[in-house]
Write a protein that binds this ligand. Structure first.
Ligand code: AMP
Length: 373
């Protein structure tokens, strides 16, 4: 167990690092950020920042020497970089998990190897593979880059044979992955956390609605039957155990029209769809993650209220801030980003309802007030 005042190193300087730092501070730890830019959301609330490229060995070494343990809020660091950090200090979750989650082909293969359901997919190395994928998956299907995609970036819907060449040329780098289009009834996610003593727990299943490829609203608990919730949780637990996870992992899933659960992707870090835990649980996803990384015991991931989370995106989201702070019941979180660029996550708002009293859509929109869509 890491003693109080130990230094937790976080790779990445964004909002997930910021909220993890605040949780770490509450537990008496200090946080040192590794970031490629000064004054990011995480640096504003932590003890120190090493600034430099994520793949520069000198920068990584300088960072690692100043911390006791290392975790991530950002996954896109090279395999070499991960290896270097792992040689110098304990890294949680492990470099191996990061490698799997960084690459959609590795991630899908991992699911297949562990008999975890995913939508049919095909690896695309050359144009001929894509033509064959079209026959296997039928139109429409989705073509994605295998690395560095987020918030719907790096992907295209292929609707007909005419789209094939255009999408193959536009998406880089190759190889790509083609996935069957899932006609889902809803998207859900499970935050699962595993401690150093192998205790494992999951937060309640979250239902997620996206707008323009970016998470817009999350609902906790997900409005799906209890048996499906149980299925989703046990899928997440199976993934976490198979990966020998230490820390938190977000598991994104589709529920299809036949009530099958299919895994979309995993993220070995706190996740946007878990932000509701900051106000609806006594221990948030960020505190759980820090506890796991620091070797502290994990309390049960209990929800005391129903919750809706709304993301504040870009200039439109920021424009609502003055209304948000004026309305009791809207619990605002801002990330300290100076420029509200379109599509940028600037903050989020949580709204709580007493346990098991989530209203219907009309009531939720009313509660959202100035934030309603
Ligand atoms: P991803 O970056 O893979 O999480 O994809 C972003 C969003 O695109 C998902 O949350 C879904 O809304 C949608 N999406 C991704 N893959 C598929 C799929 N195979 N079928 C249907 N929708 C998808």
């Amino acid at each position: 167990m890491l003693p109080p005042n130990s230094i937790i190193g976080i790779v990445g300087g964004g909002q997930l690092g910021r909220m993890s730092s605040l949780a770490a501070a509450q537990l008496g730890f200090r946080v040192h950020i590794l970031s490629d830019s000064a004054d990011g959301p995480a640096s504003q609330v932590s003890m120190a920042t090493t600034i430099g490229p994520y793949d520069d060995p000198d920068t990584l070494e300088r960072f690692a020497k100043q911390v006791d343990v290392i975790t991530f809020e950002f996954e896109n660091i090279s395999a070499k970089g991960i290896d270097l950090l792992s040689q110098l200090k304990p890294v949680y979750p492990s470099g191996n998990i990061l490698r799997i989650s960084q690459d959609r082909l590795k991630e899908k293969q991992f699911m297949i190897d562990h008999h975890i359901p995913v939508a049919p997919w095909v690896a695309i190395h050359k144009m001929e593979d894509l033509k064959q994928a079209a026959e296997l998956l039928n139109f429409p299907f989705i073509l994605k880059t295998t690395r560095l995609g987020y918030d719907g970036k790096g992907q295209a819907i292929i609707r007909s044979a005419e789209d094939l060449q255009l999408a193959f040329d536009a998406l880089k780098p190759h190889p790509l992955i083609a996935e069957k289009y899932v006609d889902f009834s809803c998207e859900i996610s499970v935050m699962v956390v595993r401690g150093q003593d192998k205790t494992i727990c999951t937060f309640d299943v979250t239902e997620n609605q996206h707008k323009n490829g970016i998470l817009n609203l999350s609902f906790a608990p997900a409005r799906i039957p209890p048996d499906l919730q149980e299925k989703a949780r046990s899928c997440a637990i199976q993934i976490a155990e198979s990966l020998e996870l230490i820390g938190i992992l977000g598991v994104e899933m589709f529920v299809d029209k036949q009530d099958n659960i299919l895994i979309n992707e995993i993220a070995p870090r706190p996740h946007n769809s878990g932000h509701w835990t900051m106000n609806a649980c006594s221990v948030s996803q960020f505190e759980m993650h820090i506890r796991a990384v620091a070797g502290l015991p994990l309390p049960p991931a209990k929800r005391h209220s129903d919750a809706v989370m709304k993301n504040l995106i870009g200039p439109e989201g920021m424009a609502k801030w003055k209304d948000i702070v004026a309305i009791p019941g809207l619990i605002g979180h801002l990330y300290g980003k100076d420029q509200a660029k379109p599509g940028r996550k600037m903050g989020h708002v949580n709204i709580l309802f007493p346990f098991n009293t989530m209203p219907g859509d009309f009531g939720i929109q009313a509660a959202l007030g100035p934030l309603k869509d």
